[in-house]
Design a protein around this ligand. Structure first.
Ligand code: SAM
Length: 391
């Protein structure tokens, strides 16, 4: 993997997270980062020259910390950066990359996607999120804290900037246009207008789960926020019958749909709902709180990279509908890490049950890892697989 990021006089080593990546052509920054930095670095330097206090920089969706590290390295000690991320993996990448480039942690304030944004930022560096609901959510939040003195720098791959994206900027920020294409990317040039009739957003979305009396709660960046995922629909028909008192981990819990049904089937179990997305964890928390409030005390909600925070040999079951992409890259390495973590945290005799797209090579992986894997059910698109941890 290319880890040497050179930008003007700035030299950084930047890694993606997790550090072991099967696809060596991927790197921790892209041309849109470079476009943003081309404007941000001189601006930061001139603000720094004209004030005694640190320049207030707000950075949104910096996937692996390239923007934060470059700003910190080019203008050492002279910024206060608020970093907004929905992803625990992005936070871990940013911390790792700052540490390995010996950048101080005291110029960073980490915020998650549901935290209020800081008032009156001087410079906002905005990487476009792939999901337009989340884009609208972030633009609405930004419109409350920007001032006419704030500079908003936005860039993305040209293919990701379409009419809908520009319309959202126009509705929430003000007059907007896209620049010409440079290195397959474009700037979004937008002017903040304080007096603008902005649309009302209805996040979190709530919708009824078919064949149940449950309502699922969905924040703007949670997986399958508008309707039930078809893999999850199949999994709901094949959830395990767990014994009373069992500890079950819902790994990659999303809006908590699998846990809700499991808790209904076995009201006397302990559930750990984990996801790397803060909005997923908040959605799952709200889904359980609103539908099964008396069972909240049996549930723990954790924002985590797979099961890093869970103890070895602690769970009877892990259920999982694994992800098959990270950011915009299609990958199975997160699922592989989930399976390894599941094996570690399961007690002897504990079971991992997953739903998987038929074409993915999970059966082979589970057979290698656990020594066996049973296919419990199948439909034309999905399979239900189970492995038991033997001593
Ligand atoms: C296919 S979705 C399943 C969501 C939900 N369980 C369902 O069935 O609708 C996969 C979930 O895994 C989460 N995820 C991705 N990478 C993760 C990681 N490294 N650690 C924990 N969760 C992760 C995603 O945020 C997403 O919510």
């Amino acid at each position: 993997m290319n880890t040497q990021f050179t930008f003007g006089a700035t030299q950084l080593r930047l890694h993606r997270w997790p550090l072991t990546q099967p696809n060596h052509s991927l790197q921790a920054w892209d041309a849109a980062d470079e476009l943003i930095l081309e404007q941000a670095l001189p601006l930061c330097a001139s603000l720094q020259a004209s004030q005694q206090t640190p320049v207030r920089v707000l950075i949104l969706n910096d996937a692996f910390g390239a923007l934060s590290c470059a700003i910190g390295s080019a203008t050492p000690g002279s910024t206060l950066q608020h970093l907004v991320q929905d992803s625990v993996l992005s936070q871990l990448a940013c911390r790792h990359n700052r540490a390995q480039n010996t950048l101080p942690s005291n110029e960073i304030i980490e915020l998650n996607s549901l935290d209020p944004l800081p008032e009156n930022p001087q410079l906002v560096l905005f990487k476009l999120p792939a999901n337009h609901s989340y884009l609208a959510f972030q633009l609405a939040a930004l419109s409350k804290v920007l001032t006419p003195q704030s500079t908003l720098l936005v860039a993305a791959k040209a293919k990701d900037i379409n009419r809908n994206v520009l319309a959202l900027f126009t509705q929430f920020i003000g007059p907007t246009q896209a620049s010409l294409t440079i290195k397959k990317c474009r700037y979004i040039e937008t002017t903040f207008q304080a007096a603008l009739a902005r649309p009302q957003l209805n996040f979190p979305l709530r919708w009824p789960l078919d064949d149940s009396h449950f309502t699922l709660v969905n924040h703007a960046n949670v997986f399958a926020r508008e309707k039930l995922d078809i893999g999850a629909r199949f999994f709901l028909q094949h959830l395990p019958r767990v014994a009373a008192g069992s500890t079950v981990i819902d790994l990659g819990c999303g809006n908590g749909v699998l846990s809700l049904q499991l808790l209904q089937q076995q009201p006397d179990c302990h559930l750990v709902l984990c996801d790397e997305s803060y909005m997923a964890v908040a959605s799952a928390h709200a889904s359980i709180a609103e539908n099964l409030p008396t069972q909240m005390a049996q549930c723990q909600f954790v924002a985590d990279d797979c099961l890093t925070q869970q103890a070895d040999n602690s769970a009877d079951w892990v259920i999982c509908n694994p992800p098959f992409h990270q950011q915009t890259a299609v990958t199975t390495h997160i699922a592989s890490q989930m399976f390894r973590d599941a094996k570690r945290v399961l007690k002897t005799g504990g079971r991992l049950r997953i739903v998987a797209n038929r074409h993915l090579p999970y059966r082979l992986q589970l057979e290698k890892l656990f020594g066996h894997c049973q296919q419990l059910a199948a439909n034309p698109k999905f399979v239900i697989l189970e492995s038991i941890k033997r001593s």
